[in-house]
Design a protein around this ligand. Structure first.
Ligand code: CP
Ligand code: NVA
Length: 288
């Protein structure tokens, strides 16, 4: 595995390797990043992704430098290509959180070191990889698991879940307003009626209705797609409820559900650390 911009860049075999390596690293500390330098540049806010990567890199024995976009010359217009060419001279790995996914693609073309996508407007692959680890942990397997995503089908998180489901045999249904369907090709079903969409499902998943950078979006259209007690009761008795977080309580999910017995959201957040450590361990950092 060289870069991780998109789940479609990696094979089902590599995904299984990540899941196995996660289990291994949870049992035994390893230091594969000793003497390796990682740079992280984030264009947008983050709690989970930034901290879990920073802690994970330190636990694996590596060093890191973090900059926000504004602290770097990217904030004053230096091109993504020039930036990554220079960063490749000092570092073994780069992790970026960007607005426009195209910036990542431009950097990948010019980079001599692996790049990890820590979220773009289009995709959130690290989230989806860690989410399937959580689903496997709670349900025992991924094949034939039925997951329904409720809310903003055009969100980066929904897109990456669709991508990862295709590689792992999960079935994804998306229930969302007509205006906010997924914007990627893939094997998923759309069901406009949220009550029908959650029947017999194992996993209910939601994300914020207003992603970062969408502050002016009108969220009224999303109201029928809230995860609340009534909706959860229409799914399987042993279904689990997931959210990538941060949550907007009483919008896309009620507190009653988020803090309830079927919610796995905090185990899900914890797994970001374990799974990202596996991803970091499996990256090929030998320079070209
Ligand atoms: N889920 C997630 O990526 O959270 P942060 O925005 O806090 O990193
Ligand atoms: N779709 C959300 C995910 C946050 C982790 C966003 O982009 O803001």
């Amino acid at each position: 595995m060289k870069h991780l911009l998109d789940i479609r860049d990696i094979s089902s075999g590599e995904i299984n390797q990540i899941l196995r390596k996660t289990d291994q690293l949870k049992k035994k500390r390893e230091k594969p990043l000793q003497e390796k330098e990682t740079v992280m540049i984030f264009y947008k806010s983050s709690t989970r992704t930034r901290i879990s990567f920073e802690v994970g890199i330190r636990q694996l024995g590596g060093n890191l430098t973090f900059l926000s976009k504004q602290q770097s010359q990217l904030g004053r217009g230096e091109t993504p290509e020039d930036t990554i060419k220079v960063l490749s001279r000092y570092n073994d790995l780069a992790i970026f959180r960007v607005h426009d996914h195209k910036d990542l693609v431009r950097m990948k073309k010019a980079s001599k070191i692996p790049i990890i996508n820590a979220l773009s407007d289009l995709l959130h692959p690290c989230q989806a990889l860690s989410d399937i680890y959580t689903i496997k942990q709670k349900k025992g397997n991924l094949k034939r698991i039925n997951l329904t995503f409720l809310g903003d089908g055009s969100s980066n998180v929904c897109h990456s879940l669709i991508n990862v489901a295709e590689k792992t045999g999960m079935n994804v249904k998306v229930t969302c307003p007509e205006e906010y369907e997924p914007e990627i090709k893939g094997e998923y079903k759309i069901e406009r009626d949220p009550e029908k969409a959650v029947q017999k499902v194992d996993v209910l998943y939601t994300d914020t209705w207003k992603s970062m950078g969408e502050e002016d979006k009108n969220i009224d259209l999303f109201k029928p797609y809230q995860i609340n007690r009534e909706i959860v009761n229409k799914s399987k008795k042993d279904s689990i409820v997931m959210h990538c977080l941060p949550a907007h309580r009483e919008q896309e999910i009620t507190s009653e559900v988020m803090d309830g017995e079927q919610s796995v959201v905090f185990d899900q957040a914890e797994n970001r650390l374990h799974v990202q450590k596996a991803i970091l361990s499996l990256l090929n950092m030998d320079s070209d």
